[in-house]
Design a protein around this ligand. Structure first.
Ligand code: FAD
Length: 567
């Protein structure tokens, strides 16, 4: 394959323009510097860019490296918050999920969720809850809940253990791809002029009499540090929020981290047709989510104190989740050796004295430190846009205090599509249209590209046509083409093999072979695009194989934390 042809214009979200991005970050004074490229930071960058502010964002690893690629991947309507009596949060989550669906239909797929109940009392409670939820969340008519009796529930999901089923409720949740949602939000911010860079860690805060005025940033792919000057710095570092605060005035730690584990098993082992809510041995609810050829099961909720990078999954976590599946579904025995991938995410919750992990509010909180640093934590993927609007209120206050005039908010974030969002609401009709334009490409390949990249599938199809070599699969029979490697580097800032296979294509988690067959060729192509030595290419492939091995290995015993029962 050739490197990117000269005439192809590379935008400001290309890893090949890294040096230019650093030079741009060093130039002049930004209105806002966002620390952290998860959903919170991406949302703030987009909101600020839509309001015409000059925005920079730096991320110490890859975009969505933290919690934002390790969630349950649901755009929640918020039924759970009804149980906690938080009607406001239900309404906000429900409105937001419709907004995100409008802004990026390819990233929000309605799916049925089945909630079995074991008793008449449970059924009555669920009936009232789902009725109230439909009203409060203003659920569209075609997605309203149904209450099923035992026979109906077993007909819908024959895998349920009949002895535990009195009936069930069936309603809709929306499934997303969390890491790609972050990319879609951030790429839109970049299209609007924001300068975003991954593998760039904030290692110090720059301050003067006005308070924090920028940050010292270490280039994790090169050597040395550089300075980004900004009138307001937003600390959106998720689990690392306290660590970034400590670079300045510090103050007492505010975060309470809990760990949530998900396991991936082949769908043939747990062949459910929809999301099924299951009951764990301590009566917590966990769910099984079918996704193409796999099903993922989650989540746990335990206090956590270990390392924040790649938190480990313990054997105890794995056995707890597999046990919940076997208790609820007739799927034979399930062993840790059946697990083909797993991930653990850290919830950056705000500390609440005396509360169990599951009782702590999932609401976000935004506060301004004495030195002017704006910190944000808590929250969810689902409500990223609202959270960003609240952060912008603080940012604008800080800008006005420094005599900077702030353009009025024109409400654009409610209507401005995310990157890839220009497909229209009917994705099949959109894919059908592409089939007419690219008759040589297999229809299922087009559908797959639309599901991952939305309307930007056209860019990849265009490349495949212009250079037929790019249309070739990475290995015979693989769904992933060479064009996607090139696209990931030049339009999505991928810098490592794991960036590509874990967060750009989701092969690491959702492919039965974790993308291992594709890894050597993908590494070779990345090497061509990024100028790696042969040694580096081999190292990347070996590091990837090692991360797959780690994903399938469970640490014995308890891992720095205590399981807390949840009623
Ligand atoms: P993160 O995604 O962790 O981003 C912070 C980023 O900051 C990281 O990428 C990190 O590398 C970077 N960073 C840290 N320090 C520095 C530094 N010094 N310099 C530069 N960058 C730095 N929400 C939902 O809506 N739906 C769900 O289904 C759902 N499921 C969940 C399941 C689990 C198990 C968990 C843990 C959470 C879930 N959530 C869900 C909540 C949601 O995932 C999180 O609230 C959200 O992802 C937090 O995003 P964030 O951007 O604040 O943090």
């Amino acid at each position: 394959m050739h490197a990117v042809p000269k005439e192809r214009k590379e935008g400001n979200f290309s890893q090949r323009r890294r040096a230019a991005s650093i030079a741009e970050l060093e130039r002049g004074v930004f209105d806002v510097l966002v620390v952290g490229g998860g959903i919170t930071g991406a949302g703030v960058a987009r909101e600020a860019a839509l309001r015409g502010l000059r925005v920079a964002l730096v991320e110490r690893r890859d975009f969505a490296f933290g919690t934002s690629s390790r969630s349950s991947k649901l755009i929640h309507g918020g039924l759970r918050y009804l149980e906690q009596g938080d009607v406001g949060l239900v309404r906000e989550a429900a409105t937001e999920r419709q907004t995100i669906r409008r802004l990026a239909p390819y990233l929000v797929r309605p799916v049925e969720m089945l909630v079995p109940v074991a008793s008449r009392r449970g059924q009555a409670k669920l009936r009232v809850g789902l009725w109230a939820y439909d009203k409060i969340a203003r659920v569209p008519e075609e997605e309203r809940h149904r209450i099923l009796d035992k026979e109906e529930a077993l007909a819908v999901e024959p895998l349920l253990r009949p002895e535990n089923v009195h009936g069930a409720g069936l309603y809709y949740e929306y499934l997303t791809d969390d890491a790609r949602l972050v990319l879609a939000v951030l790429k839109r911010a970049a299209e609007l002029g924001a300068v975003a860079l991954n593998y760039a860690s904030v290692v110090g805060l720059l301050s003067d009499s006005r308070g924090v005025q920028g940050a010292e940033v270490r280039d994790e792919l090169g050597d040395g540090t550089f300075r980004v000057r900004a009138r307001v710095v937003v600390n959106a570092a998720g689990p690392w929020v306290d660590a970034v605060r400590l670079l300045g005035d510090g103050g007492r730690p505010r975060l309470h981290l809990t760990k949530g584990v998900h396991l991936v098993v082949p769908r043939e082992k747990v062949p459910v047709g929809r999301i099924v809510v299951m009951s764990a041995r301590d009566r917590r609810s966990v769910f099984a989510v079918p996704r193409e050829r796999v099903v993922y099961v989650g989540t746990t909720d335990t206090d956590y104190e270990g390392s924040f990078d790649d938190p480990p999954v313990s054997l105890e976590d794995a056995e707890y989740l597999l046990d919940a599946v076997v208790r609820t579904l007739r799927c034979g025995s399930l062993e840790p050796s059946d697990v083909c991938a797993a991930w653990a995410g850290l919830r950056p919750l705000l500390h609440e004295e005396g509360k169990k992990p599951s009782e702590i509010s999932r609401r976000d909180e935004i506060w301004v430190e004495k030195n002017g640093l704006v910190s944000v934590a808590g929250g969810k993927l689902t409500t990223f846009r609202k959270m960003a609007q609240r952060v912008l209120e603080k940012v604008e206050e800080r800008l006005r205090a420094q005599g900077v005039s702030v353009p009025p908010d024109r409400g654009a974030s409610d209507v401005d599509p995310l990157s890839g969002g220009e497909t229209g609401q009917d994705l099949s009709a959109y894919a059908h249209g592409l089939r007419a334009r690219w008759p040589a490409v297999a229809p299922e390949a087009i559908e797959r590209l639309v599901a991952i990249y939305g309307s930007l599938a056209e860019r990849i199809l265009g490349r495949m046509t212009a250079e037929p070599e790019l249309a070739e699969p990475l290995t015979p029979g693989s769904p992933v083409t060479r064009a996607e490697v090139e696209y990931a580097v030049t339009e999505e800032m991928a810098a490592t093999l794991r960036d590509f296979l874990e967060r750009r294509t989701r092969m690491l988690l959702f492919d039965l072979r974790n993308g291992l067959p594709e890894a050597p060729e993908a590494a070779r192509l990345l090497g061509e695009l990024l100028g790696w030595s042969e040694h580096r290419v081999r190292e990347e492939a070996a590091a990837y194989a090692e991360s797959v091995r780690a994903l399938r290995t469970f640490v014995s015993g308890r891992v720095a934390g205590r399981r807390t029962a949840h009623a």
